[in-house]
Each structure stands twice: as C-alpha cells, then as structure tokens.
Design a binder for this molecule. Sequence first.
Ligand SMILES: NC(=O)c1ccc[n+]([C@@H]2O[C@H](COP(=O)([O-])OP(=O)(O)OC[C@H]3O[C@@H](n4cnc5c(N)ncnc54)[C@H](O)[C@@H]3O)[C@@H](O)[C@H]2O)c1
Ligand SMILES: [Zn+2]
Length: 246
Amino acid sequence: MAAIAADLQQAGLWLTESKRVAALTGAGISAESGVPTFRGKDGLWQGFKATDLATPQAFARDPKLVWNFYNWRRELLAPLQPNPAHKALIRLEEKIPQFSLITQNIDDLHRRAGSKNLVELHGNIWMVRCTRCHLVSRNEEVPLPELPACEECGGLLRPHVVWFGEQLDPTILDKAVAAIRSCDIMLVIGTSALVQPAASLAIVAKEQGARVVEINLEPTPYSHKLDLALQGKAGVLLPQLVERLE
Ligand SMILES: NC(=O)c1ccc[n+]([C@@H]2O[C@H](COP(=O)([O-])OP(=O)(O)OC[C@H]3O[C@@H](n4cnc5c(N)ncnc54)[C@H](O)[C@@H]3O)[C@@H](O)[C@H]2O)c1
Ligand SMILES: [Zn+2]
C-alpha cells in the first residue's frame, strides 16, 4: 500500500507539472460499471465468441445474427452508468489546460460522464451507419428491428463501430496520434494493450519524450517500458490520483 501511495504521489506531481495530458482508456475502465469485456467467459453470447460476431465477414454472412448480438449489447449497456473512474477524468479535464481523452470503448460512458475532448477510436454502439449511402446517425432505439433500414435511402444499417479486421477511420486516428505526439504525460487506463494500433500509442508517447503512467488490475506486456505501472482498480486509483491535484 505504501508503494502505491508513493507512486500516486509521483504521478500526481507529474500531472501538476503538465500542460498537455492525453489519456487512453480500454474496456477495463468500464468493468466497474458492469460492462462485460470481450475476453474470458463474459465474451460468450449464445455460444458465439463476440470476437467472431464483430467482424465484416459475420455481417455479410448473417446480418440478422450480428444485429441480434448488437441488440443484446445495446440492451445491456442502456442502463449502465459512468463509475468514479470516468468521473475522475472529467475533473482532470477541468484542471489541465489541454486534455485529450482517447478511448477504445464503444459504450458511451465517457460521453455520459461529460467528457468533452473525446476521441472514440472504435466508434460508438449508439451510432449506426448506412451500408449504402454511408450516412452516420445516432440511434438509441432498443431493440432495433432485426434488419434496420436507413431513413434516407432504405439501405441496410450497420453498427458504427470498428470491427475486428477493419481499419480505423484515418481522421480519427490522426487526431489521437496528434494528441499523443504533443502530450507531456499520457495515462493508459484499463487496456490490455493487445489491440493495435491503440496499443502502440503508448510507445509513440514514450518516443516523443512524454511520461507514461499505466493503471491496470494487472501488469500488461508494456508495463515494464513505461514510467509507472499502478496496479489496482481504475475506479479506486484514478479518483485518488486526481485528488492529488485538488
Ligand atoms: N466497454 C466497451 O466499450 C468494450 C467492452 C469490451 C470490448 N471492447 C472492445 O474490445 C477491445 C478490447 O480491448 P481493451 O484493451 O479495451 O480491453 P481488454 O478486455 O483486452 O482488456 C481490459 C484490461 O482492463 C484491465 N482491467 C479490468 N478491470 C479493470 C479495472 N477495474 N480497473 C483497471 N483495469 C482493469 C484488465 O486487466 C485488462 O488489461 C477494444 O477494441 C474495445 O473496443 C469494448
Ligand atoms: Zn442510406
């Protein structure tokens, strides 16, 4: 416990000295809100692995099945609320002159918490995109029809999320990279650092001279390359860290 307190103190000091802060969050920050992760036993839905359904191939083969899966996820996510970790990032955004929040999550919890400068790398589960005219819109209907149609052109809608095997939107990725390239310190919170290119963002930050502090329940493949790796729950550690700036 003493070691964690000293690490929090150190990270707090670095944050106090920083004008530009970037944070990268993953599924772990939402775990305490009750969002299931894709890995482990929580990742199964009707015997399918989530990682086999969130693909363009699965959607081309059986769009009803994929929409069923997303309807189930939308139902699950609709009542969930931001937790103390999401809220701590709001307070941090208020204190830091230039703060960027980059998330791999599609669960909308950062937005619901009130984050302003937010880059959603993998899209958002409440956004849909037309496969014909490519119109993107927000849609909070739960459940959507089995094969939802575009209001403009009648084309088949798909979730506006980045599926396994798909490229990230280059404009969005550029925004994330720009924030990382110019930050004094980066916080990496609740991500296993297995999914690219998000995983390499911490390395970009290190290479340009920023400090990188990780908050995770367990060590990740990158922990040893970073300045500090704080082990524990994001919902506990992040509020304690931000408190040190108050
Ligand atoms: N919430 C969501 O929107 C959501 C949920 C599941 C998966 N996904 C998608 O799946 C991919 C998963 O990659 P990922 O790296 O984000 O998640 P991941 O599931 O690979 O890793 C989660 C990480 O969070 C850590 N963790 C778990 N609980 C924590 C807690 N309470 N506090 C701190 N750390 C905690 C784990 O140790 C792990 O390293 C992403 O592409 C993401 O878009 C998103
Ligand atoms: Zn359309």
